[in-house]
Design a protein around this ligand. Structure first.
Ligand SMILES: NC(=O)C1=CN([C@@H]2O[C@H](COP(=O)(O)OP(=O)(O)OC[C@H]3O[C@@H](n4cnc5c(N)ncnc54)[C@H](O)[C@@H]3O)[C@@H](O)[C@H]2O)C=CC1
Ligand SMILES: O=C([O-])CC(=O)C(=O)O
Length: 267
């Protein structure tokens, strides 16, 4: 049976997800939710998902089997909560949205009210499975360091901390909790929120963010220790051409999650 999904967002991630799901036997994209149906959105749909309807929100008649959020923090309140309340399951990329006061509780309440589930994606990071398992035994420390080229921090508070264009060496633009990082850098610190929700929580996970002219990838480093032992992981994610803030692995993580819901064996 074909699963009929709604994709929220048609930017760098959304468009690539549509491209990868194009023609897939198990999944059809029936809806693409965007604030405005621009020429760029129409062109993307014409290329990759001509069967999909682009609209600003689902109507009560629209009932996808799954909604797939790859839009931004505001999409959680706008689209994910109402869908969950209607019993439509969701997969979510903008995990940092759960750092806003009351939002994690609101997501949980909406899923419980609808008798459904929301999956928080691993996105640009790996090792979330290990960290979430390690949490069961007890964690003592989780430290996340995110390092991106200066350009990836344009349009963020980093611009007030340094002159991104003239940086000659790595500059620490943020040090603090994952909660604060996710609030200040909603397009760059979703990974920090994911690791903290899997591990020690938004307030006890140490986060350092760097603008680093020496890297041309998005470098994510996690160090954790606890009853299980310790782990250390470095991801060097290639940025998407359409958005240097976002690593390509995020797209593959979205597609993996969708296919895992649509196929007999999930991995
Ligand atoms: N978990 C992870 O590892 C990562 C998560 N992300 C999340 O994914 C989001 C999207 O990333 P990109 O595609 O690179 O961004 P983008 O800026 O290229 O595209 C965002 C798209 O979503 C649309 N959009 C924004 N707000 C919306 C709303 N409330 N409802 C419907 N559509 C909306 C925009 O119009 C645009 O089409 C990021 O803002 C971030 O929250 C991004 C990178 C990694
Ligand atoms: O895509 C990435 O490298 C990570 C990212 O932007 C985020 O954590 O929000």
């Amino acid at each position: 049976m074909t699963m009929n999904i709604a994709v929220i967002g048609c930017g760098a991630i959304g468009a690539s997800v549509l491209e990868l799901l194009k023609g897939h036997a198990a999944v059809q994209v029936g809806w693409v939710l965007v604030p405005e149906v621009t020429d760029a959105v129409r062109a993307t749909l014409a290329r990759h998902a001509p069967q999909a309807r682009a609209l600003p929100a689902l109507t009560i008649e629209d009932r996808p089997d799954l909604i797939v959020e790859c839009a931004g923090h505001t999409a959680i309140e706008e689209h994910v909560l109402p869908a969950l309340r209607r019993g439509i399951p969701a997969v979510v990329a903008s995990i940092g949205a759960l750092s806003a006061p009351g939002m994690a509780e609101a997501v949980q309440a909406a899923a419980e009210a609808g008798g459904t589930q929301v999956q928080l994606l691993s996105g640009a990071i790996g090792g979330v499975d290990a960290l979430a398992a390690a949490r069961i035994g007890g964690l003592d420390e989780v430290v996340y360091t995110g390092r991106k080229p200066p350009l990836a921090w344009t349009g963020t508070p980093a611009e007030q901390r340094c002159d991104l264009a003239s940086l000659k060496e790595a500059f620490c633009i943020f040090e603090g909790s994952a909660r604060e990082a996710a609030q200040l850098y909603p397009k760059n610190a979703n990974v920090a929120a994911t690791l903290s929700l899997a591990g020690m929580g938004l307030d006890r996970t140490t986060v350092r963010l760097y603008a680093d002219p020496a890297v041309d990838e998005n470098v994510h480093h996690v160090a954790a220790r606890g009853a299980f032992g310790s782990m250390e992981l470095t991801m060097r994610g290639k940025p998407l051409e359409a958005n240097p803030k976002t690593s390509a692995l995020t797209v593959y993580s979205v597609v993996r999650a969708v296919l895992n819901q649509a196929t007999a064996i999930a991995i």
